[in-house]
Ligand binder design. Structure first.
Ligand code: G1P
Length: 295
């Protein structure tokens, strides 16, 4: 089985739900405690063995490239001031040269189109997709979400999509899957998928298992995306192309062990800041006291 080493991270979106904060700062760069939200997603992927990151970016997203680059003046200033621990932290987080690629999505045509923009760099190998709006926090000692999915992939191969149950009234905000075995899937972590629907109404939703924003996909998807018609919201949907690929290939849903936060929304972002502050080794206990104070 081909090892998965490449991940596509679509970062071209405007972040309209958290304006005006995102007018000049990419939403992926909003700080969660002491680092940009995007750093958590990169760390999740690194833990899963990803070696090359493909960012699908757009206008006004230059801060993302700069973040992963050398900051000569800053590094020099920290060194001169003897702030070696902080400097080491910055140097450690810097990726190895040549392990990040940036391609532009020139028009906001949807998630499926964004992933397709990465096709030349992905090439003919299976790849991961991580939607950086969504942070998935795991408890101490539990592997990252994508690392859990990689383990499942080693057993079943094919295509794997992270899913999580949501209350019925929220299904219309997500892609939703339906299990092949409608009665026997409840306690399982790996579920064969029958079909999936993007942003269904409550009546249309085949289950309450929402697609969370982590995928392991086979390269054949790229050629389907090339001529994928617009779907929900008038956008080229990844879910629709995956539905077509399901005719030829196996798709499994993976129920991960972790908690997801939608940082593309005000309340999801706020919740992520609280959750990561509580887990932070430096400020965790003070953060818990503060949260209790405001309860
Ligand atoms: C995208 C996907 C959807 C998924 C969601 C997770 O939708 O199309 O299937 O459930 O991400 O966050 P978006 O949030 O971009 O509308």
């Amino acid at each position: 089985m081909t090892k998965i080493t490449k991940a596509v991270l679509p970062v071209a979106g405007f972040g309209t739900r958290v304006l005006p904060a995102t007018k000049t700062i990419p939403k992926e760069m909003l700080p969660v405690v002491d680092r940009p939200a995007l750093q958590y997603v990169v760390d999740e992927a690194l833990e899963a063995g990803i070696e090359h990151f493909i960012f699908v970016t757009g206008r006004g997203k230059g801060a993302i490239e700069d973040y992963f680059d050398t900051a000569y003046e800053l590094e020099d200033a920290l060194k001169n001031k003897g702030k070696i621990e902080i400097l080491d932290g910055i140097l450690d987080a810097k990726p190895l040269e040549g392990t990040m690629s940036f391609v532009r999505q020139q028009a906001a045509k949807g998630l499926g189109h964004a992933v397709w923009c990465a096709r030349d760099i992905v090439g003919d190998e299976p790849f991961a997709v991580l939607l950086p709006d969504v942070l998935i926090q795991t408890r101490a000692g539990v592997k990252s979400c994508l690392a859990q999915m990689m383990e499942a992939y080693e057993n079943v191969g094919g295509n794997i999509i992270a899913v999580d149950p949501v209350p019925e009234e929220r299904v219309s905000s997500y892609g939703v899957i339906s299990p092949k075995d409608p009665t026997g899937y409840m306690d399982k972590t790996l579920i064969a998928i029958e079909k999936m629907v993007e942003k269904p109404s409550i009546e249309e939703a085949p289950s309450n298992l929402k697609i969370t924003g982590r995928y392991i996909l086979q390269p054949e998807l790229m050629s389907l995306l090339r001529n994928q018609a617009a779907g929900a919201g008038g956008e080229i949907q990844l879910t629709d192309a995956m539905t077509r690929l399901m005719k030829e290939q196996e798709f499994h849903a993976y129920v991960y062990d972790g908690q997801d936060y939608d940082c593309g929304s005000k309340i999801g972002y706020f919740e992520a800041v609280l959750a990561y502050a509580k887990m932070n080794p430096e400020i965790g206990s003070q953060a818990k006291d503060l949260i209790a104070k405001f309860a």
